[in-house]
Design a binder for this molecule. Structure first.
Ligand SMILES: *[C@@H]1O[C@H](CO)[C@@H](O)[C@H](O)[C@H]1NC(C)=O
Ligand SMILES: *[C@@H]1O[C@H](CO)[C@@H](O)[C@H](O)[C@H]1NC(C)=O
Ligand SMILES: *[C@@H]1O[C@H](CO)[C@@H](O)[C@H](O)[C@H]1NC(C)=O
Ligand SMILES: *[C@@H]1O[C@H](CO)[C@@H](O)[C@H](O)[C@H]1NC(C)=O
Ligand SMILES: *[C@@H]1O[C@H](CO)[C@@H](O)[C@H](O)[C@H]1NC(C)=O
Ligand SMILES: *[C@@H]1O[C@H](CO)[C@@H](O)[C@H](O)[C@H]1NC(C)=O
Ligand SMILES: *[C@@H]1O[C@H](CO)[C@@H](O)[C@H](O)[C@H]1NC(C)=O
Ligand SMILES: *[C@@H]1O[C@H](CO)[C@@H](O)[C@H](O)[C@H]1NC(C)=O
Ligand SMILES: *[C@@H]1O[C@H](CO)[C@@H](O)[C@H](O)[C@H]1NC(C)=O
Ligand SMILES: *[C@@H]1O[C@H](CO)[C@@H](O)[C@H](O)[C@H]1NC(C)=O
Ligand SMILES: *[C@@H]1O[C@H](CO)[C@@H](O)[C@H](O)[C@H]1NC(C)=O
Ligand SMILES: *[C@@H]1O[C@H](CO)[C@@H](O)[C@H](O)[C@H]1NC(C)=O
Length: 659
């Protein structure tokens, strides 16, 4: 608005100062020829007295007639062309788009028609146009945007396109796309690859496709309107809240499922902002809302709305920060009733923007095989329900080997669900055999598979949920190695460690974790398995901070022979050494950290490497000794590394544990 005003002012002031007669400069002369058949054009508007015309900005000038485009060819410096909101007609020559240096074209609200395309001929360059507004005109299906490589904003709304413009899907830099009200019939899929979009308006067409699978990445979108179309699919509560009610109204057959609702109260508060369209709600009692401002005077109403908005914002902030802090903390995300798509494939987005697809028709057709409770009869559908459609609020982590979700299954079973993206291509029978073998491995320091589910190519495994998260988080993300259990009481600490000094307590706990991991790993090696991928994030902590190794044996499933050296005992011992270093130094197990700790130990300066959060008291010798164990484990020559049995013995000698 302000810019427009400025523009207007500059035009006005400049036409007032135009008393000086202008030399018949080349550009000027061309310009008058462009508009020679147009009524309402006053050439004094352009008596800039400058030879070089860079902008033609004539919006809302009552210009009426047909533009003579050819003289424009000679305006070599033209950058901006705005003839919007006039009564101009005719078609636009294809060379105009390839005019070097032209970056912004606004011809909206006119009567232009014909085709829009680039005809590649010898020597012609690709369009450099960045912003193109052709809305409210008479363009038809002859639109081919191939070659508009630099386009960032495109408005073709209110034309008679009938089909999606050709080449639209290749405009990788497009941020703003408006093709509303173009009578477009057909799938939205061709544009699903537009990665840079932040604004998307598809409203009032007859487009079809499945939401959100066939759409461009919704995480980057700030604005979305798909109303009045023929889409189908399911709309998560987060999307609903982000884009608002009107974005989806009459958009097709949507199912609204609400994920992430911490409590009933918050839920209601949030919903008051954007109640979903009632006719599309499957189960509506939760969405009931009372008329809030009816009957209040408008100023009082506005005040209340303001306060309300502030409260909502505050609550949302608090929710968000609470969520960030306590992804692992126990709460019962009671699944809400919702209806699913009738048949698959089912696609799920993750926070990092990737997605995974369960290619099955019936969600009940993929059973969840539970090792300990074989009679439970769970299916993939139960997992969908318990994770709120694998919504982002159920995500615990989104690591390199696939997303990890939390869920409460029927029977109050609190589980973590991992999607094993790396073994997507492993044969189903091989995976089943491997999973069955893994469920039989039992040890207090192993987090045994409690079940699995194979849905199409996707393999999901279920673990018991560990409220204290993983070792990486405990060591590196929480302040001074604390737990994140809110109702943690000192009594529990007392019962496990008979010493009150927090520093010493801390060391005792870390030593105990090291022992536990060593035990679990020694057991794995004893039964002839290796882990292959032992890192701090794979070590989960029980409520009493007892470590449980997870993810063991999974790597072996996908072994094809190329990375076999990760699957030997010596490699596991090395990884254990790295974890021991992490426990003692508080630093992440990166290669450079390992190297520097090894150097200090070699120079008998191990004490300098210790975590400053572990105060140095009488225990310092124990810690330095433990560092030496880590040093042996990380020996460069695999053959020189001790076995896990030996490591366990050494660690036990350093500090006698009562167990
Ligand atoms: C510009 O050229 C036109 C003819 O081409 C002539 O009639 C007009 O007087 C000239 N104007 C000036 C200011 O030179
Ligand atoms: C063109 O604009 C100038 C200044 O705004 C004005 O004096 C002149 O009468 C206008 N000519 C026509 C034909 O409208
Ligand atoms: C005339 O000059 C002004 C300010 O220098 C500029 O904004 C405007 O675009 C110019 N008009 C033309 C036709 O070049
Ligand atoms: C278009 O121009 C008319 C007058 O010609 C004006 O009333 C209207 O506000 C303009 N519309 C826009 C969108 O600028
Ligand atoms: C444009 O000009 C034509 C004929 O010259 C006339 O019929 C029409 O009404 C004009 N349109 C506007 C919007 O002035
Ligand atoms: C462009 O300028 C050249 C010479 O400068 C001239 O020969 C040619 O006719 C002009 N083209 C148009 C379309 O006016
Ligand atoms: C195009 O012109 C219209 C009407 O004058 C204006 O509302 C709009 O902001 C312009 N868009 C661009 C991209 O310049
Ligand atoms: C295009 O022009 C129309 C009106 O002419 C305006 O409403 C719209 O915002 C413009 N689009 C962009 C992307 O500026
Ligand atoms: C669209 O334009 C490109 C080049 O600009 C051309 O190669 C392609 O064949 C055109 N597509 C159609 C269907 O005309
Ligand atoms: C394009 O260029 C090639 C060689 O550079 C030439 O053989 C061909 O005739 C040219 N085509 C046109 C349409 O100019
Ligand atoms: C597109 O934009 C980039 C960066 O602004 C520029 O280097 C490139 O030449 C442009 N491409 C065209 C075809 O103008
Ligand atoms: C869309 O296209 C299909 C097949 O091409 C046709 O059957 C249907 O009637 C069209 N719908 C509309 C609203 O134009």
């Amino acid at each position: 608005m302000f810019l427009k005003l400025l523009l207007l002012l500059s035009l006005v002031s400049f036409s007032h100062s135009s008393t000086v007669s202008c030399p018949n400069g080349t550009d000027y002369r061309q310009l008058t020829r462009v508009f020679r058949y147009i009524s309402g054009f006053n050439s004094s508007l352009f008596s800039n007295c400058s030879d070089v015309v860079t902008h033609i900005v004539l919006p809302s000038r009552n210009l009426n007639g047909t533009v003579s485009w050819n003289p424009l060819r000679n305006l070599t410096r033209l950058r901006v062309l705005d003839l919007s909101n006039n009564s101009l007609d005719g078609s636009i020559p294809s060379w105009l788009w390839s005019k070097p240096g032209l970056v912004s074209v606004n011809l909206s609200r006119n009567r232009f028609g014909g085709s829009i395309r680039v005809i590649p001929i010898n020597g012609s360059v690709l369009p450099s146009v960045k912003e193109l507004n052709l809305s409210f005109n008479r363009f038809t299906n002859a639109v081919n945007l191939t070659g508009f490589v630099n386009l960032t904003a495109l408005d073709l709304s209110h034309n008679n396109l009938g089909v999606l413009p050709l080449g639209l899907g290749s405009l990788s830099g497009l941020q703003h796309l408006d093709i509303s009200r173009c009578k477009i019939n057909g799938s939205v899929k061709p544009i699903c690859g537009l990665k840079s979009l932040s604004y998307l308006d598809l409203s009032e067409n007859s487009m079809n496709g499945s939401f959100p699978v066939d759409f461009p990445n919704l995480n980057h979108l700030r604005f979305l309107n798909i109303s009045a179309n023929r889409f189908s699919g399911s709309v998560g509560f987060d999307k609903y809240r982000k884009f608002g009610k009107s974005a989806f109204s009459h958009g097709g057959h949507f199912v609204f499922n609400d994920s992430k609702i911490p409590t009933r109260h918050h839920f209601h508060t949030l919903l008051h902002r954007n109640p979903p369209p009632r006719h599309q709600i499957v189960k509506s009692h939760r969405f009931k809302h009372t008329p809030l401002v009816i009957g209040l005077s408008s100023s009082l109403g506005a005040l209340i709305i303001l306060i309300f908005a502030v409260v909502v914002i505050l609550i949302r902030r608090r929710l968000k920060s609470a969520r960030m802090k306590s992804r692992w903390a126990i709460s019962s995300p009671a699944p809400l009733d919702f209806k699913m798509e009738k048949s698959g494939p089912f696609a799920f987005e993750t926070e990092s923007g990737s997605s995974w697809v369960a290619d099955i028709k019936e969600p009940t057709a993929a059973p969840v095989v539970m090792a300990s409770k074989p009679l439970m009869n769970l299916t993939f559908k139960d997992l969908i329900v318990a994770t709120s459609h694998f919504g982002t609020e159920s995500v615990i982590s989104d690591g390199t080997c696939g997303p990890l979700y939390r869920a409460v299954l029927p029977g109050d079973l609190h589980v973590a669900i991992k999607v094993l993206e790396r073994i997507r291509d492993v044969d189903q029978n091989d995976a089943v055999a491997a999973f069955d073998a893994l469920t039989r491995l039992k040890h207090p320091n192993l987090l045994t598979l409690s079940g699995y589910c194979i849905a199409g190519k996707e393999k999901l495994i279920l673990y018991e949920y560990m409220a204290n998260g993983d070792l990486h988080r405990w060591l590196h993300e929480l302040p001074a190695g604390e737990t994140n259990v809110e109702d943690w009481s000192a009594d529990t600490w007392e019962s496990h460690v008979g010493d009150s000094s927090p520093e010493k307590t801390n060391w005792i706990i870390r030593h105990r974790i090291a022992i536990g991991v060593a035990r679990g790993l020694a057991y794995l090696h004893h039964v002839g398995t290796t882990h292959g991928h032992l890192v701090a994030t794979n070590i989960l902590l029980t409520e009493t901070l007892e470590p449980r190794i997870s993810d063991f044996g999974i790597n072996n499933i996908s072994t094809t022979g190329d990375d076999t050296n990760n699957h030997n005992v010596e490699f596991d011992v090395y990884c254990f050494g790295v974890i021991l270093f992490e426990l003692l130094t508080g630093k992440q197990g990166k290669e450079e950290n390992v190297k520097s700790v090894r150097r200090l130990v070699k120079e008998r300066r191990g004490e300098e490497a210790l975590d400053s959060r572990l105060r140095f008291g009488e225990s310092v010798n124990e810690m330095v000794e433990s560092l030496r164990v880590g040093y042996f484990c990380t020996a460069e020559t695999p053959g020189k590394r001790p076995t896990m049995q030996q490591v366990l013995g050494l660690l036990k000698d350093i500090r006698t544990v009562s167990r």
